[in-house]
Design a protein around this ligand. Structure first.
Ligand code: NDP
Length: 419
């Protein structure tokens, strides 16, 4: 019996909200609050009549902390689920603290304006100290640790698939399969085909910033950074087949390196086809991935935001995407003094997702764990005072939730390892 305020009404939010409405025993009331009210109202109309959850809507600019605080106080939810954009993370955390409610999100903070002097100074310092140059990292949100602790509130960061489920897989492997985990390889394979020459599966701006950044991995207590897409492997994925994959920097590496004791190496690989890479390289070469505003005929334009306006809306890919995703983690380490390796993964079919919730599998695999995280925080099973990532709580109820809510997982012993 709880009330949830959801911020955002894009591809991921639409799945998370639909799943909350399937789980109306927990989410008795839900408010969809986003920048464009008409999208919230359209989703409310589509869901009403299919759910016991009482849905309301609100227009909000989540960057306006006083207005958001007032909205939260007025609606009085148990928690706020942030499925807007990473740019809004800190503003929404501030509003949750001011209103006294728990906070859940799916992606770590990233500055919209990377030339902002405060951001730039902190970013340059972090690059020098830690040795990776991705524009996103956990330091901004980990800095809220004491504030949430003092307020007796939970902030659950990164409750999507990767990060999110991948970190729960790590906690599950640690709890049930290993005395010591030594290596973690996170493999994110999308075998889906949407038929467009080029499109991204979630917000293009966030996605292209992530995949065009230098790669990095954690080894023997420090970061090793590589040129973008410099490390390439192929892997034969269950139910998808053999794919090319490339090493990327990814946010869960940062938290797993802190929270999985004895881990020696953590890497993240994502599959890309040659056409995607060629398009991205070309867009980068002509400057369309730029995040700094330029002057165009007297108007200020951020190139990557202009590109976003040209690309297909990820929320529109659902009907045309066929194929499957396979996302999971390969762990190696020791159990009872013997070497052990396991692979935990989920396979998700784009068209099955579309039939169930009207979205492709990337939004689905993010929206379902967002709902599960919100459920566990709301019902108290994952409540603690402070700022947490998903590997820091008991993984069992989350793993049960994945099976119950559409993302069943498989454990394979002695899998093929990535060299
Ligand atoms: P979309 O761009 O589809 O949706 C973003 C939504 O946020 C839109 O409804 C947008 O409003 C709203 N929004 C943007 N700015 C504001 C604001 N200032 N105030 C209120 N609402 C705002 O993004 P996705 O659904 O693809 O992604 C959502 C989140 O999920 C992102 O943070 C992304 O990084 C994360 N993600 C996480 C993954 C994981 O596995 N952990 C994987 C994929 C995504 P409007 O409709 O007006 O544009």
């Amino acid at each position: 019996m709880s009330k949830l305020l959801v911020i955002g009404c894009g591809g991921v939010a639409q799945v998370a909200i639909t799943k909350c409405c399937q789980n109306s025993a927990v989410f008795t009331e839900l408010c969809i609050a986003s920048r464009t009210l008409s999208k919230c109202d359209a989703l409310k109309s589509a869901l009403e009549g299919t759910t016991q959850t009482k849905i309301t809507t609100a227009q909000i600019d989540a960057m306006d902390v006083p207005a958001l605080t007032a909205l939260i106080k007025d609606y009085n939810p148990v928690a706020v689920l942030n499925v807007a954009l990473p740019y809004q993370d800190l503003a929404i955390m501030d509003a949750c603290l001011a209103a006294g409610v728990h906070y859940i999100d799916t992606a770590n903070y990233e500055a919209e304006d990377t030339q902002d002097p405060t951001f730039k100074a902190a970013y340059d310092k972090r690059c020098a100290e830690l040795g990776f140059t991705a524009l996103f990292d956990y330091s901004w949100q980990w800095a809220y640790q004491e504030k949430f602790k003092e307020a007796g509130l939970t902030a659950l960061l990164g409750s999507g698939f990767d990060p999110g489920v991948t970190s729960v897989f790590a906690a599950y492997a640690q709890k049930h399969y290993f005395d010591e985990i030594h290596t973690i390889d996170i493999l994110d394979c999308n075998g889906g085909d949407h038929g467009y020459p080029f499109a991204t599966n979630f917000n293009p701006e966030i996605n292209l910033r992530e995949v065009s950044a230098p790669g990095s991995y954690w080894e023997n207590g420090k970061w090793v950074e590589t040129h973008p897409m410099a490390i390439h492997r192929t892997y034969d994925f269950d139910q998808v087949g053999t794919k090319d994959m490339y090493l990327l920097h990814h946010e869960e590496i940062e938290s797993l390196a802190k929270n999985i004791p004895n881990v020696k190496r953590i890497r993240f690989f994502m599959t890309f086809g040659q056409s995607y890479l060629t398009h991205m390289q070309c867009l980068e070469n002509v400057g369309l991935l730029g995040t700094e505003a330029i002057d165009f005929e007297g108007q200020s334009i951020v190139p990557i935001q202009f590109l976003k306006a040209l690309l297909p809306d990820p929320a529109s890919l659902g009907p045309r995407t066929v194929g499957k995703t396979n996302i999971g983690c390969i762990f190696t380490g020791l159990k009872d003094g013997k070497e052990r390796s396991i692979y935990i993964y989920n396979v998700c079919d784009h068209q099955e997702c579309y039939r169930e919730v009207g979205s492709q599998a990337i939004s689905y695999t993010t929206g379902v764990p967002a709902m599960i995280g919100a459920m566990l925080v709301s019902d108290g099973r994952w409540q603690d005072a402070g700022v947490f990532t998903t590997e820091q709580f008991d993984p069992d109820p989350f793993m049960e939730g994945l099976n119950a809510w559409g993302l069943p997982w498989t454990v394979v012993e002695n899998p093929t390892l990535v060299d």
